[in-house]
Design a protein around this ligand. Sequence first.
Ligand code: C2E
Ligand code: MG
Ligand code: MG
Length: 282
Amino acid sequence: HAKSKGKNHFEFFSDEMTKKLDTQTKMENRLLKAIKDDEFIIHFQPEINLKTNEVFALEVLTRWNKDNNELLMPEDFISNLDNTNNIIEFEKLILKKACLQLKQWHNNKIYEGIISVNISGKHLEHGNLYNSIKHTLKISNLDAKYLELEFSESDVMKISTKTLFTLNNLSLLGIGLSIDNFGKGFSSFNYLRECSISKLKIDKSYIDSLIQEDSDEDIVKSIIDLGINMGLSVIAEGIEVPIQDEIIKKNSCTKVQGYFYAKPMNTIEFEDWYKSFKQLKY
Ligand code: C2E
Ligand code: MG
Ligand code: MG
């Protein structure tokens, strides 16, 4: 009896695993269809320069309009895409949508700045990112200087020499390169010198800490100083309350992104928001 119980137990476990794999595979296929059928909607979150009162970039953040009845957030689909090389096709689609939208805004003189697009380590390391970018710029007829790419610090930390070469070539094209979630990876700072980076985005966890008792203000200050001393643009991500804003301004960082200023918005919402923003002074 004990033996058969043990056996059942084993089978139960393996059933669970099979089920999980099954769900993953189903989701993979569903996402492939979503790429093919263009079910993704891009949102835009302003990055604001408080000194000049300008939107100096829009970060592109993707939502999935699944079955036309719910808008799924990246946490519900990015990791599945990232488990396979499907993330590369996905990112090519997003790049194309984003650049076409930006070109349209430029043409209509609605928003004439830059966009910043998140790119995975997979695309950087295993996709042909340089070709993806060249192709996107060509079909959207967009000047390279209006496109910026964001890489997570953890991805940039482990890049190969070949990838370093790709990054430098992208930079030579005029593409801006940004390190996302900076400070989270506890990395060596070596790559900052080698990768032609132009912008640091201080990880939200540090900005969160500014309203807590054991604040990381000293670390935030050091990151800001490091960035400024290296001639980089430094931005604080995830500003939600005025006090965070005051602290980073006190420490000479005047670039912000966060719900306190604006949430990610779809095309129409952004156009409305931007009209009133231009009349407003912070
Ligand atoms: P991320 O690139 O670090 O983007 C910032 C995230 O923080 C966004 O979440 C944004 O909505 C959120 N955020 C901004 N300000 C605030 C704030 O004041 N408070 C709070 N609580 N959150 C704030 P979102 O849109 O859910 O995206 C999550 C992550 O998914 C992104 O982190 C990025 O890594 C990834 N992601 C989103 N879109 C894409 C995409 O098109 N391609 C790729 N590869 N990754 C994407
Ligand atoms: Mg980002
Ligand atoms: Mg980030």
